[in-house]
Ligand binder design. Structure first.
Ligand code: AMP
Ligand code: MG
Length: 416
């Protein structure tokens, strides 16, 4: 990958999904180049430093309501009590005097709590006559007050290295007053399709030809990861074209992804070229769909040779490529989000491989969440991915599933 460590991978048949995943993830290293960027430019990127708080947020204890700041000891225990309003505190305009017992301050949301007060009575709970308020016995000392540092405390690690910057993180960074932060540079990913039967959108289809859909689903999956994308199109099955495509891709990108041409008996030049240019192993993974997968390096770029079947491309991307790309982009990888749900479909399944079924999670009429199959599961039926909102994962050692059995489900939104 980015640093030239020896590959410890081997040509393997019948590698389990878990073994393939851990081999791939163990090879992935974050790109070493770090950029210091204006915080807005860090959106979608991964922190290359821990963010420590140098200030308390909020910096001062303040009111969470429009109302009256009082000393909690003045809250009556039984009957109502009256207090004198001696000043007004607006947000950003502190009152530097002191509030004594029997007194209170008119205070607005965000206003700094004056000395001698620790509790706010919201204005709707108060009767006011001139400068006298009447409060009831139903209040709690300390209510409606935001303590200094309760959001972000001084000295605290707020966001850890590897954390992804999302909209809330931008707000958090701004509330710390930070203008610039260090993030990993964006990963560059080049991809192309191979196969003489493939035509690009805009071309007409001859006999036996199909449109190249893999480049589009790959584009979508890569875009959501926030990497820089180099789409190299369809490369014809000619030795020189394949060679120059791999050379250009490896020179310009951290990662090269292809689809098609990795299955056994494939009459193309992909394997030949990879043998010449890189250190690539061809695996047969005990999974369905997505059995063939090539993985390794071409020059200094990581390489993933995905199968050609459109569903297999998406399954292998989500199961093997996505986490590797995230690690290279500098991310802290979180455990995969999995649910355990009752299945509304039954499945034939023999132990010995992992099966990924396109599923639909929904609520039944009683509001209980269940999952069912999208129907036909052929690895060319890409529309099943468009209808699905999850994978139903039948584990390596699992047998058949009956309707009502509990199954493992990976929701699509959880992949990011
Ligand atoms: P392969 O792995 O090259 O043997 O391809 C397996 C199947 O996937 C074949 O039916 C191909 O026509 C199909 N396929 C390969 N690449 C693509 C692509 N980019 N878009 C759509 N289908 C493809
Ligand atoms: Mg092919």
């Amino acid at each position: 990958m980015t640093n030239p460590e020896p590959l410890i991978i081997i040509n393997q048949s019948n590698l389990s999904v878990d073994e393939a995943r851990s081999l791939i993830e163990s090879q992935a290293k974050p790109v070493s180049c770090v950029n210091k960027v204006e915080i807005r430019s860090s959106l979608g990127r991964f922190l290359a430093e821990d963010i420590l708080s140098k200030i308390n947020v909020p910096s001062h204890t303040n009111s969470a309501m429009d109302g009256y700041a009082i000393n909690g000891n003045d809250i009556p225990t039984n009957a109502a009590a009256t207090l004198n309003v001696t000043c007004t505190v607006l947000a950003g305009q502190p009152f530097n005097g002191k509030i004594n017992s029997g007194e209170c301050a008119r205070i607005m949301t965000g206003g700094m709590m004056p000395e001698g007060t620790d509790t706010v009575i919201m204005q709707e709970d108060v009767e006011r006559n001139n400068d006298i308020i009447t409060i009831q016995a139903c209040h709690r000392k300390g209510q409606n007050v935001r303590q200094a540092g309760e959001d972000l405390a001084i000295g605290q690690v707020i966001l850890e290295k590897g954390h992804k910057i999302m909209p809330a993180e931008l707000g958090v960074l701004a509330s710390l007053g930070l203008s610039e932060i260090k993030v990993h540079r964006r990963l560059r990913v080049a991809f192309f399709s191979t196969g003489d039967e493939l035509r690009s959108i805009g071309e007409s289809l001859g006999d036996g030809e199909i449109y190249d859909s893999n480049r589009y689903s790959l584009y979508g999956m890569l875009s959501r990861l926030g990497v820089d994308i180099i789409d190299m199109g369809v490369i014809a099955d000619r030795r020189e074209d394949i060679q120059s495509a791999f050379i250009a891709a490896a020179e310009n990108a951290d990662v090269v992804i292809t689809s098609g041409g990795v299955s056994v008996g494939e009459a193309d030049f992909v394997k030949e070229t990879l043998d010449e240019l890189g250190e690539v192993k061809f695996w047969k993974i005990a999974m369905k769909p997505g059995r063939p997968l090539a993985f390794g390096k071409i020059k200094n770029a990581a390489f993933f040779g995905l199968p050609g079947n459109p569903v297999a491309v998406m399954v292998t991307f989500y199961q093997f490529v996505q986490n590797a790309l995230l690690i290279m982009a500098g991310a802290n990888i979180k455990p995969r989000l999995q649910l355990r749900l009752p299945s509304n479909s039954s499945f034939k399944k023999a132990p010995g491989r992992t099966t990924f079924i396109r599923g639909i999670i929904s609520n039944d009429k009683d509001g209980k969440m269940t999952v069912c199959s999208t129907g036909q599961q052929g690895s060319g039926i890409l529309n099943s991915m468009a209808q699905a909102n999850c994978f139903i994962v039948l584990g390596h050692d699992d047998g058949p599933v009956n309707k009502g059995d509990i199954v493992t489900v990976e929701p699509f939104e959880g992949f990011i």
